[in-house]
Ligand binder design. Structure first.
Ligand code: SF4
Length: 380
């Protein structure tokens, strides 16, 4: 058992509305269902929606395909849910470590209200173990182990309104790990006329996904590789549930969908497998689904791997376009023609970007101004 002693304090958020980044402290290794519960203030606990009680005060969680079984006092693989007296509760509720205003493009979403801002919220914890995680300081921590704010769902909505921001985003860490908090925020946001967007790895069971998607206008799902071996070896989870999530969002919900794919040197630069991935997206999800090819920055367990070469990203983009995907972008690149949007019918430049900033848009509603082709997305 690992005793959690270091608990950076919670800070009041609404008194100091502004842009806030990520704060974190380093942790002992924590990869098993074995941490002692630090339940802290019982009023900040919320019961998990998807679990069942078992004999002997044990519980089984149904949020993600790991379906963890926890004895009393145990905290789960995703680090946010704890069995307290035979009830499964989350410590992620009202405990965000990330609260900041940023462009919607950072999700990344390029076909959803381009040029607008969102209030991004994230909480410590994750149900994957990606070796190259770009936010590992917070994703691989318990919510109570990182510097964080005290912010109820209604206060998140109020913070967005105060800053005149009409979209709330779940990003930076994995929303599946803080699903109860995200759901309550999303409900409050929709009741107030705000939009909700979500970046996720998509490792979630179908029932909670469908319920959550009721309140989410757009998802960006990260497709990290394209084989069971890749996901097992580098993410620590199964691959098939990710494919199910992509198909479910696209064909079973009303949410807009885009896909992100981080290209990491030595791990997934192989164009043969990449083309297989693009063919699957085209055939099973849809060729009009935007695909973002993101640049890797050395981090976490592969700090010695190099930055992804821009030429590698550009070659992959050309390969994806040739496979029939209509909207393929480079992400985490300061400036490149591959960051712009083009009409798939006539080639007219529709949106000019520098990094995540929109410089110019020529869109006419949801259409190309030159040939009137409909451009898939949410534009107003
Ligand atoms: S969401 Fe967390 S507790 Fe639930 S099954 Fe997944 S890893 Fe386990």
């Amino acid at each position: 058992m690992i005793q959690i002693n270091d608990r950076p304090g919670r800070r009041d958020f609404l008194g100091r509305v502004g842009a806030f980044g990520v704060g974190a402290c380093c942790l002992p290794t924590f990869d098993m269902l074995a941490a002692a519960a630090d339940v802290g203030d019982p009023s900040a606990l919320r019961e998990v929606d998807y679990y069942e009680p078992l004999e002997g005060n044990r519980v089984r969680c149904f949020v993600c395909p790991l379906n963890c079984t926890l004895s009393e006092g145990q905290t789960c693989f995703c680090r946010t849910r704890t069995n307290v007296g035979g009830r499964l509760v989350t410590r992620a509720w009202a405990n965000p470590c990330v609260v900041r205003i940023e462009p919607i493009e950072k999700t990344p979403l390029y076909h959803f209200l381009p040029g607008q801002s969102c209030l991004t919220v994230g909480v410590g914890g994750c149900n994957l173990r990606c070796v190259y995680c770009q936010n590992w300081e917070v994703s691989q921590s318990l919510p109570v182990q990182v510097e964080r704010f005290s912010l109820r769902p209604d206060e998140v909505v109020e913070a967005a309104r105060r800053r005149d921001v009409s979209t709330i985003a779940f990003n930076i860490t994995e929303p599946v790990a803080f699903l109860e908090y995200a759901t309550d925020i999303a409900r409050a946001a929709k009741a107030s006329g705000l939009r909700v967007i979500c970046a996720t790895a998509g490792f979630i069971n179908a029932e909670p996904l469908m319920a959550f998607a009721e309140h989410v206008d757009a998802f960006c799902v990260t497709l990290k590789g394209f084989s069971e071996d890749f996901y097992r070896n580098h993410m620590g989870v199964a691959f098939a549930p990710i494919q199910n999530t992509l198909k479910t969002i696209k064909h079973g919900t009303r949410s807009w969908l885009e896909i992100a794919h981080l290209i990491v040197p030595h791990l997934n630069e192989d164009l043969v497998e990449f083309r297989r991935m693009c063919a699957w997206i085209r055939d099973k999800v849809g060729g009009d689904t935007p695909l973002h090819l993101a640049r890797f920055t050395p981090a976490h367990k592969v700090k010695d791997y190099p930055l992804t070469a821009v030429d590698t990203l550009a070659d992959a983009r050309q390969a994806a376009l040739r496979m029939g995907l209509k909207y393929v972008y480079l992400a985490n690149v300061a400036s490149h023609p591959g960051c712009n949007s083009y009409c798939p019918r006539c080639g007219r430049t529709l949106i000019d970007r520098a990094g995540f900033d929109v410089l110019r848009t020529a869109m006419r509603g949801g259409s190309c101004p030159a040939c009137s082709a409909t451009i898939a997305g949410v534009w107003i």
